[in-house]
Design a protein around this ligand. Structure first.
Ligand code: ZN
Length: 174
């Protein structure tokens, strides 16, 4: 497995729509494994393929299992079949918007259909943090960032901060 580079906003690849996976093969399984390793290394709880520059409908999520044990989910072609009327607000962050957080309101519960790492069709329900995290990652596949759910004012502040941080990181040519 290998660590991948996480791209950060403003990068145009984060605004593009990802393509469905035709078949979950060794290449996709390797991508899922590399994404999980990268996510753990960056202390994230979710990561989508476009965030590592692959415009494919693949996400990985791990909010931790019982006793803090790893509980990785490898998901291809996710589809939300049902969303609850009930909504919750969660303070969200994103590895592609480092050190930025905002309160985002989303459906509290979802029912999800996806392909697992063996290409098997699976369905499951999610609520709480898992539900929020999966919805956040699926948004990435549509080119949507969590800041697209907040006010234009708040979004502008966050994106300007990120652009400034990026300029400061870029070495000045000698
Ligand atoms: Zn994100």
């Amino acid at each position: 497995m290998a660590l991948l580079q996480v791209i950060t906003a403003p990068d145009p690849r984060l605004k593009r729509k990802s393509k469905p996976v035709a078949r979950v093969d060794d290449r996709i399984r390797r991508l899922m494994g590399d994404m999980l390793e990268t996510m753990y290394a960056e202390d994230g709880i979710g990561l989508s393929a476009p965030q590592v520059g692959a415009l494919e409908r693949v996400i990985v999520v791990d909010i931790g299992g019982e006793g803090g044990k790893p509980a990785p989910l490898r998901i291809a072609n996710p589809e939300i079949l049902w969303r609850s009327e009930e909504r919750v607000v969660c303070n969200e962050g994103c590895l592609s918007l480092p050190e930025q957080y905002a309160e985002v309101e989303r459906p509290a519960e979802i029912r999800l259909r996806y392909l697992d790492e063996h290409g098997e069709i699976r369905e499951r329900e999610a609520r709480g943090l898992l539900s929020t995290c999966i919805q956040h990652e699926i948004d990435h596949l549509e080119g949507v960032l969590f800041v697209d759910h907040v006010s234009a004012l708040k979004r502008g502040i966050i994106l300007r901060k990120l652009a400034k941080a990026k300029r400061l990181q870029t070495p000045v040519p000698a």
